[in-house]
Design a protein around this ligand. Structure first.
Ligand code: PLP
Length: 444
């Protein structure tokens, strides 16, 4: 039998991967995973410092989640969700609404983050058609935002290689400015940061000018994750959401990355006391299985009642898959039974101490910031360093971290940590040491 890597090379097409990079950095074959660690067949263990694309908040292979999945798959593996229902979907909706701030009434399920965004866009748009506001058909979005890569979600992304290629296919949203705090402490989330920023005033003025044609504004609350972990300020989000709702514009919060405790509250909108009309969730929801949900504000469904032609026109084959719902229920139950949110401030502080230590140890780190369990370090490579010579700074840093058995996936010049929320002090020490070694090897 040929080696797995060669079989992969022959027939598999990986996301976000250049064919030309496969020689330099071939995919790593992972055989098992536990907690914060990925295990290769040969025995090497790699610290998963980015929770496998921001998913597994409780770590890999958590016994309670594994047990819930096993139990569910033996009982009911799948059933279509039109005309049928099941305990996991209903119990999860109840648990999500109990964990959310008051004011939500209904959950619409989908199967990935991009699909959740599409659902929210279509709900907002169709509601306008059916309530006699057909001129409200445009969306507003934040500069530097990211909302996924299906065509509707992609249209909302800021200028990027992903978007530019497909630009001729995409609707054009109103792009709002947003502040970018290159230095940001976790404590800033409890402040009005950004309230008085010039971008905030400009964003509100644009909403006012275009209110007649806007159906919704789509926002990543507090942190634009794919946009180099840009922190936009709790005060900015509060002011923009308030202005939108005053102007009759729906607020769609994309908490696909920042939900499920990532910022220290279950949902990031809580920091700004914002109640979005539609709240999109996915990555941390089931954590280890594809599942997404849109929480819908009380009363929103009124425009979808009446004639059958007014029903919401959207369905995914695997909507509310019972196994994924069971994993999500087990994950939410872990938040409760382990007091995870109450213990998070100590984890956040432990991570902040390591973040500051890395910045102090490395001249190449020119700015660093944190919000909950998201830390980011901006790197400017010294003249003559490999990172300054090669145009692929992020790739070089990733390679150098992997040489230290740590998975980092920098966004260009920005190294970030986004680990399972349960990462311990020893693992954080490993992470900090590997980050320092990678920066020194590449950028100093
Ligand atoms: C990852 C992400 C998405 C897209 O989710 P997919 O499951 O990859 O489709 C959308 N919005 C944000 C903020 C994300 O981080």
């Amino acid at each position: 039998m040929a080696r797995l890597i060669d079989r992969d090379r022959a027939h598999v097409w990986h996301p976000a991967t250049h064919f030309a990079d496969l020689d330099r950095l071939p995919p790593i074959a992972v055989e098992r995973a536990r907690g914060c660690w990925l295990h290769e067949a040969g025995g090497r263990a790699i610290l998963d410092a980015i929770a496998s694309w921001w998913t597994c908040v409780h770590g890999h292979g958590h016994p309670a989640i594994v047990a819930a999945v096993r139990e569910q798959v033996e009982r009911l593996d799948h059933v279509m969700f039109a005309g049928f229902t099941h305990e996991p979907a209903v119990a999860l909706a109840e648990a999500l609404l109990a964990a959310a701030p008051p004011g939500y009434e209904r959950v619409f399920y989908a199967d990935c983050g991009s699909a959740a965004v599409e659902v929210a866009l279509k709900l907002s748009f169709q509601a306008r058609q059916q309530r006699g506001e057909p001129e409200r058909r445009r969306f507003a979005t934040l500069r530097n935002g990211y909302h996924g890569e299906t065509l509707g979600a992609l249209a909302l992304c800021g200028a990027s290689a992903y978007r530019d290629t497909f630009a001729p296919l995409l609707f054009s949203p109103l792009e709002l400015p947003a502040p970018s705090f290159r230095e940001h402490e976790h404590a800033d989330l409890a402040s009005d940061l950004g309230r008085d920023a010039p971008e905030t005033q400009a964003a509100i003025a644009a909403l006012e000018e275009h209110a007649h044609e806007l159906t919704a504004v789509v926002v990543e609350p507090l942190v634009q994750c794919a946009g180099r972990m840009t922190m936009t300020g709790a005060g900015f989000y509060r002011e923009v959401a308030r202005a939108a709702q005053r102007l009759g514009i729906h607020v769609i919060a994309d908490e696909i990355a920042v939900g499920f405790g990532r910022t220290g509250h279950m949902f990031a909108s809580t920091w700004s006391k914002v109640q979005p009309d539609l709240l999109c969730l996915s990555k941390g929801l089931a954590g280890i299985l594809p599942l997404a949900a849109v929480l819908v504000r009380e009363g929103f469904d009124v425009d979808f009642r009446g004639a059958p032609t007014r029903s919401f026109l959207h369905s995914h084959t695997f909507t509310a898959n019972p196994i994924a719902c069971a994993a999500a229920i087990a994950g939410l139950e872990l938040f409760r039974s382990t007091d995870l949110l109450a213990r998070l401030p100590a984890r956040v502080e432990a991570m902040a101490a390591r973040r500051r230590a890395v910045a102090a140890a490395c001249h190449a780190v020119v700015a660093h910031r944190q919000a909950g369990m998201i830390a980011a370090l901006e790197v400017v490579p010294a003249a003559g360093s490999p990172g300054a010579r090669d145009g692929r700074l992020g790739l070089l840093l990733r390679e150098a971290a992997l040489a230290q058995d740590v998975l980092l996936r920098p966004l260009h010049d920005t190294i970030y940590w986004f680990p399972p929320l349960v990462i311990d002090d020893d693992e954080l020490d490993r992470l900090a040491a590997a980050t320092i070694a990678a920066i020194r090897a590449v950028a100093e």
